[in-house]
Design a protein around this ligand. Structure first.
Ligand SMILES: [Ca+2]
Ligand SMILES: [Ca+2]
Ligand SMILES: [Ca+2]
Length: 405
């Protein structure tokens, strides 16, 4: 393993034979790109892995003139750290001076922004930076606002440093920043890098894991965006994501009937408001009974905040009902009942089924005539029941008594 370079502050050896002022001037010229960097005392051989302490003392010889330089050309160094804003759909990024060797003490950041619905693909055609343990010296760092995507340095990938090679860096969103930094010296000449970027489409249909954003039924990806559509019989909700049904116009006038949530026993549609009206003549009273599966999205603490069923009978309102336990049978005492069922924009629940019966008031006891019969023959009769009274052969119906209506 290569020994990490000690920070300049830890170095305490002398400046060698060159005078401090001369060295400072030389570094200034190098900074300005006017002069080639000097070879260091002890030769310009690249540091090798496991070379250990020798390197620290080699670097140590640079210290005093280097500190002076930092003081002298502070403003120059500052000017070399800059940011470039890139907003095109594609582009090229190169190290300063490319294809010539890059200067020391240089820092450039390219902020790449592409439109929403795209991400950024970055790749390198050429890469040649000074190598160092964990890329401490010179590096190219690729980041988003809150995440480091890659750090590259060196000439080839080792255990502790990585070059981009054929690797493609993809941003998760529509922003990427690329920072190139070189430290205060180079062991030899490095030619830097040549990178390219392009905006690529995000396939929202394949990548949306968040239910709050994904399409309820069908998803259609296109370059720069996506849209949702619905199965036959459904309508896209104004949220452009969930599929609702039109179910506000159900009228029941028979004395018995069966009502279910849409698609029962399959999961009911999202974002829907269904209204079922049971309307019978005055004199009837409707009773309701839930059957089989009852499954409406609920919450352990808050009563029915998402989906619910509400029953309105005359002036009475029953519910909201939700959860997995069906309400007990309900005698509404009314001939007119409205059932409201509402669902929100998420969840998969199977819904409900109820049967209703409308019963009339009971009639006084009815006896067949002495020489005749009643059809149908029942123990009791109620409001709106119809009977046929007929006489035995040779007799006539004279008067009908006690039958309502
Ligand atoms: Ca360097
Ligand atoms: Ca897309
Ligand atoms: Ca729901």
């Amino acid at each position: 393993m290569q020994t990490p370079r000690p920070p300049p502050e830890d170095l305490d050896k002398g400046p060698g034979h060159a005078s401090i002022a001369q060295e400072a001037l030389r570094v200034l010229l190098v900074q300005m790109g006017l002069r080639e960097a000097p070879r260091r005392v002890g030769g310009g051989e690249p540091r090798t892995e496991g070379s250990g302490s020798g390197m620290g003392s080699e670097r140590a010889k640079e210290k005093p003139w280097l500190l002076l330089c930092h003081a002298l050309c502070f403003s120059l160094l500052k000017a070399s750290a800059h940011t470039v804003e890139l907003n095109d759909m594609f582009g090229q990024i190169q190290s300063p001076g490319y294809p010539d060797s890059y200067p020391s003490d240089s820092e450039v950041t390219w902020n790449i922004t592409v439109p929403e619905g795209f991400r950024i693909k970055l790749y390198f055609m050429h890469f040649n930076l000074e190598s160092s343990y964990l890329c401490e010296y010179d590096y190219v760092k690729v980041e988003t606002e809150d995440q480091v995507l890659a750090t590259f340095c060196g000439r080839e990938t080792t255990d502790t440093e990585q070059t981009p090679g054929q690797e493609v860096v993809l941003s998760p969103g529509s922003f990427m920043s690329v920072t190139f930094r070189s430290d205060f010296s180079n062991e030899e000449r490095y030619t830097g890098f040549d990178a390219h970027y392009m905006a690529v489409d995000v396939d929202e249909c394949k990548e949306r894991e968040d239910e709050e954003l994904s399409c309820d039924h069908y998803c259609h990806n296109y370059i720069g965006g996506y849209y949702c559509s619905c199965r036959f019989g459904y309508i896209l909700h104004t949220d452009n994501r969930t599929c609702r049904v039109e179910c506000s116009d159900n009228l029941f006038t028979q004395r018995t009937g069966l009502i279910t949530s849409p698609d029962y026993p399959n999961p009911y549609p999202k974002s829907s408001e269904c209204l079922y009206n049971i309307e019978l003549e005055e004199g009837f009273m409707v009773s309701l009974q839930f059957e089989d599966i009852f499954d409406i999205e609920d919450h352990p603490e808050v009563p029915c905040p998402y989906d619910y069923i509400k029953i309105k009978a005359g002036a009475k309102v029953l519910g909201p009902f939700c959860g997995e336990k069906a309400p007990e049978p309900i005698s509404t005492q009314s001939h007119s009942v409205q059932i409201l069922f509402r669902s929100d924009n998420s969840g998969e629940n199977r819904g409900w089924r109820l049967s209703y019966r409308a019963a009339g008031n009971e009639c006084p006891e009815l006896q067949p005539p002495v020489h005749g019969k009643i059809e149908p023959l029942q123990a009791t009769y109620s409001f709106k029941d119809q009977v046929l009274i007929s006489c035995d052969t040779g007799y006539k119906v004279l008067k009908v008594q006690g039958l309502p209506g």
